[in-house]
Design a protein around this ligand. Sequence first.
Ligand SMILES: NC(=O)c1ccc[n+]([C@@H]2O[C@H](COP(=O)([O-])OP(=O)(O)OC[C@H]3O[C@@H](n4cnc5c(N)ncnc54)[C@H](O)[C@@H]3O)[C@@H](O)[C@H]2O)c1
Length: 284
Amino acid sequence: MTINKVGILGSGIMGSGIAEVAATAGATVIVRSRSEATADGMIVGLEKLLAKQVERGKKTQDEADAIRSRVSATTLLEDLADCDLIIESVVEDLDVKKALFAELDRHIKADAIFATNTSTLPVVEMAVQTARPERVCGVHFFNPAPAMSLVEIVRPLTASDETIKEVVEFALACGKEPVEVKDQAGFIVNALLFPYLNNAIRLLEQQVATKEGIDTAMKGGCGFPMGPFALLDLVGLDTSLAILEALYAEFGDHNFTPAPLLKRMVAAGQLGRKSGHGFYDYRK
Ligand SMILES: NC(=O)c1ccc[n+]([C@@H]2O[C@H](COP(=O)([O-])OP(=O)(O)OC[C@H]3O[C@@H](n4cnc5c(N)ncnc54)[C@H](O)[C@@H]3O)[C@@H](O)[C@H]2O)c1
């Protein structure tokens, strides 16, 4: 099957970014958001982004118009019925995702592939909510999706070779570099990255250095493009906490026990860039 029409669930940081990637690759994209306001907001955000790219000479006006014309938004799951591929990118919560997969199965054509953009959660548990577990896998984009080349293709025990092949081809068509990985919490990148991010918060708690000092040290000392606190703010502190909790639940390793400061900041609504305030303040 060729993937021509892509349905995306969730219009947050990742859902919006993946919509831009798929539309840029030539697919027709429909994003399902829970409210009219967030659906409209996603379209306005895309228009602004495309206008900036034209202004900077990265795209012609015609290219931008063509991408914009391929993206629409809806609040109704039924509107995604004829999609070839569904990419679920809602909140990192297994119960929410499982309920959504069960509902999807009732609305979307029988041979469509369902993929989840989960960062850590067991894909097989979503797959078995459907009557097509062989057509379910993970397709883990990185943030920001248009800029990051990696896509982890997560193979649950239930997925068919054909499903994985089609999703790998889709990732390649999007100009990405797919890497296949087993359905194990954190896959490759987050299993390695999150102990580092969590331990950076612990260093801050122990007042070993300031957050600015730690960020500067990891950029200058390791050649990382951004330090751990800037990265946590970009990922979202609520998403980061959910990732650590899922990793801890799978492995029981102390490196994954979320640092208390992270939990307190999430409780305070300090979620990073998306809320305007996290380790750094973005409201100015
Ligand atoms: N932020 C990152 O760096 C990153 C990177 C790769 C993958 N992911 C994964 O992508 C997914 C989305 O993360 P995000 O960063 O875009 O988060 P976000 O907070 O920006 O967006 C979450 C989206 O989920 C929707 N949502 C919230 N509760 C819901 C519910 N009960 N039912 C249906 N929709 C609901 C929200 O309306 C929003 O559209 C998560 O699974 C996350 O782990 C995140």
